[in-house]
Design a protein around this ligand. Structure first.
Ligand code: NAD
Length: 297
């Protein structure tokens, strides 16, 4: 029997646990606040930001909404970040990616105060993660760790295979899996666009994390029986639906489910966990800023 991993349910549990942390901070007169900054040429970014703001509001986290026109100079964005860095009422800062071509995203990340970097993308936070004492774990791989834990999948000693080496998913996932810590201790392989004979690597997996952004390209023939499949991909493909498209993962669900002991659906798997872990990092940032010990799930 294949277990269909319910990311919505696990994310709801994380949010419920975070609620008491938000309430305890509020009892001490501090309202957690996340600032979102939108200067993105991708039309989907606006939806992502409003979803993140709605998630915050449902939990009692205040949001600060900053929007910049796409033709504004990079300095305008840097000034906004500087202002938010200095603002004691702002606990977390999130600059939605992508940013316009004339803005150097790397510089954006470097300018965010690492204490307020709730995405965990500032080089200092990346360095801490690699060194083994993370401050803010990036939301998607952290959410995957929580999902595995909630599904009673022990990573220790397992073969973990990650398909994708991006800054936001593949690399931090690998760093979490190799840590000598709960949710780590896995023997980890990272595959990418130059990997030869991908199927030979994916068949080694006890735990497979697919994050290449290619619709349904990993199928059951590339998997070994009993594998736990975590499908990160969110791909729009043309479909005969009201919207004219549907969302599919990087994994061909039907054939993979025939091999897997557990598998995440798309949508409803990793996506809700990514959103929940942003709330987690925001609450953690609030505790650090307000010097209040918060109990995190
Ligand atoms: P990316 O484009 O930055 O990285 C894709 C990676 O896949 C690259 O490292 C590349 O080397 C690798 N790759 C490309 N072709 C490959 C191949 N043929 N074989 C093996 N590896 C190959 O993507 P990303 O930002 O990491 O996102 C990946 C997917 O995950 C996208 O569909 C994205 O929408 C989705 N995503 C979902 C969530 C979520 O919360 N569910 C979060 C982030 C990203």
């Amino acid at each position: 029997m294949t277990d269909r991993i319910d990311g919505e349910a696990v994310a709801a549990d994380v949010r419920a646990d975070l609620q008491s942390a938000v309430d305890s901070v509020a009892d001490r007169g501090h309202r957690p606040t996340l600032a979102t900054v939108l200067m993105s040429p991708d039309p989907a970014s606006e939806t992502y930001v409003s979803m993140k703001q709605r998630d915050c509001e449902e939990l009692g986290i205040d949001t600060r909404d900053v929007e910049l026109d796409l033709d504004e100079p990079a300095e305008a964005l840097f000034d906004v970040i500087e202002e938010l860095n200095r603002d004691d009422d702002v606990d977390g800062i999130l600059v939605q990616s992508p940013v316009p071509d004339h803005v150097d995203y790397r510089e954006v990340l470097e300018r965010i105060d690492p204490e307020k970097d709730v995405d965990g993308f500032h080089p200092e936070n990346v360095g801490r993660l690699v060194a083994g004492y993370p401050r803010y774990k990036p939301c998607t791989p952290h959410g995957i760790q929580k999902l595995l834990d909630a599904t009673d999948v022990d990573t220790e000693g397992k073969e973990a295979v990650i398909v994708g080496r991006s800054r936001i998913v593949g690399k931090p996932m690998a760093n979490l899996f190799i840590q000598k810590a709960p949710g780590g201790n896995a023997t980890t392989t990272v595959c990418h666009s130059r990997t030869e004979d991908l199927a030979a690597k994916t068949r080694r997996a006890d735990i497979l994390v697919a994050a290449a952004g290619i619709p349904e390209f990993i199928d059951g023939s590339m998997l070994s029986p009993g594998v736990v499949v975590i499908d990160v991909g969110i791909n729009r493909v043309d479909a005969d639906t009201e919207k004219g498209y549907e969302l599919v993962g990087d994994v061909d669900f039907e054939s993979a489910a025939g091999k897997a002991s557990a598998i995440t659906p798309v949508p409803g798997g990793v996506g809700p966990m990514t959103r929940a872990m942003l709330l987690y990092n925001t609450v953690k940032a609030t505790g650090r800023q307000a010097d209040i010990e918060v109990e995190l799930p």
